[in-house]
Design a protein around this ligand. Structure first.
Ligand SMILES: Cc1ncc(COP(=O)(O)O)c(C=O)c1O
Length: 363
């Protein structure tokens, strides 16, 4: 796999800072890997459908690459639906899976899948016929979350599903951050939701035609586990949900994290007794996931990007926030103002959740 550093233009270090740099080769490779897994992991009649999570990074270049590879748009808002349409995702290649009610649609414009976040939302979506497959998100029973229909509301969900015309195709989804699994494995979580899908089908006589396993994989987690976990899930669905022909997943971080890097420059170097501290011109508001996982750090030296090792030093952002700093790095002894640093792995929520702060104007 090509790394973000190898994907940068040769003149990148000389550019204005702070700057987000899109790594086009990395993005292409990453989307190819995911598309290939989608294509090989199906087992007739079950085919995998890859959704691209717009909220994780709505950058046009990524959307185009995803669409060219047959990804569906996975959206959570009216604005994202409009952005998906502008980038050529047809309604029947679009998934809606968030708590906001989807806008009403003409019958020719129905979305492929809409997953309701509550029993009320399911009933409303049914009445408005917003989707070809009417879905509902279930809250895995072992996970504390505000999303999805909890186990306690399963009876009213069955009642709502039973009101649907008998031939209504039903979809079931779940999504949870893997950090919230609290000791359960991904298979425990997916298996919990699958059992409830089977029970819903039995109690309502309606057919579950689609199962959506959401997102939440980091790139490392995805590369290590997706293949075997999905194969396991395909086999379980094959054995237990005879009408189910589509297994969706909604990749966000697994695709996007390595596709951007942040170029920044050193503003000041402070020599402290125990450590060297560099103030840089990017801050928490530019990469708000700075503490969520370990990013890559590089310094421009001898006309190449050299990785920073582990050590006693720190880099601190330009904001007034106490937590706008990263400890545990080793900075070169000759580091000076104007030196360029590169932070890699900033292509997911570092992009979409960055915010305007201390820029002198309202956002
Ligand atoms: C329903 C749903 N699908 C997919 C995702 C994407 O998750 P990630 O970017 O962690 O892969 C999210 C994120 O919140 C989500 O809520």
């Amino acid at each position: 796999m090509i790394s973000a550093v190898d994907d940068l233009p040769v003149d990148a270090a000389g550019k204005r800072t702070p700057r987000r740099i899109f790594c086009a080769h990395v993005a292409r490779e990453r989307l190819d890997v995911v598309a290939r897994l989608r294509d090989v992991l199906g087992r007739p009649p079950i085919a995998l459908v890859a959704g691209y999570s717009f909220k994780t990074n709505p950058r046009s270049e990524l959307l185009q690459l995803a669409r060219e590879r047959g990804f569906f748009a996975e959206t959570i808002s009216g604005e994202e639906l409009a952005w998906a349409a502008r980038h050529g995702f047809a309604p029947d290649q679009t998934v809606f899976n968030g708590p906001e009610p989807p806008p009403d649609r003409a019958s020719a414009e129905r979305l492929a899948y809409v997953f309701a976040d509550s029993v009320d939302a399911f009933a409303r979506n049914m009445r408005r016929r917003v989707a070809r497959v009417q879905g509902v998100r279930l809250r895995p029973s072992m996970i504390a979350s505000r999303f999805g229909v909890p186990v306690e509301e399963e009876r009213s969900l069955c009642d709502a599903v039973s009101l649907a015309p008998p031939d209504t195709p039903i979809g079931i989804s779940f999504h949870a951050r893997h950090g919230d699994f609290k000791g359960a494995s991904w298979r425990d979580v997916a298996g919990d939701v699958l059992m409830r899908a089977i029970e819903l089908e039995r109690r309502t006589g309606r057919r579950v035609v689609a199962f959506d396993a959401g997102g939440g994989w980091t790139p490392e987690d995805f590369d290590a586990n997706f293949h075997s976990d999905m194969r396991w899930l395909v086999d379980r669905i094959f054995d237990t949900l005879p009408a189910c022909t589509r297994l969706l997943f909604e990749a966000g971080q697994a695709v996007c994290t390595p596709t951007e890097a942040m170029l920044t420059q050193v503003l000041e170097v402070r020599e402290r007794p125990a450590r060297r501290e560099a103030i840089i011109d990017a801050g928490y508001s530019d990469w708000p996931e700075m503490h969520a996982y370990v990013h890559g750090f590089f310094v421009w030296r001898n006309a190449r990007w050299e990785p920073l090792g582990r050590g006693p030093d720190r880099i601190a952002g330009r904001t007034c926030l106490e937590y706008d700093l990263i400890d545990g790095l080793r900075l070169p002894s000759d580091l000076a103002p104007g030196d360029r640093l590169l932070i890699t792995g900033t292509g997911s929520y570092d992009h979409s959740m960055s915010f305007t702060f201390a820029k002198g104007e309202p956002g």
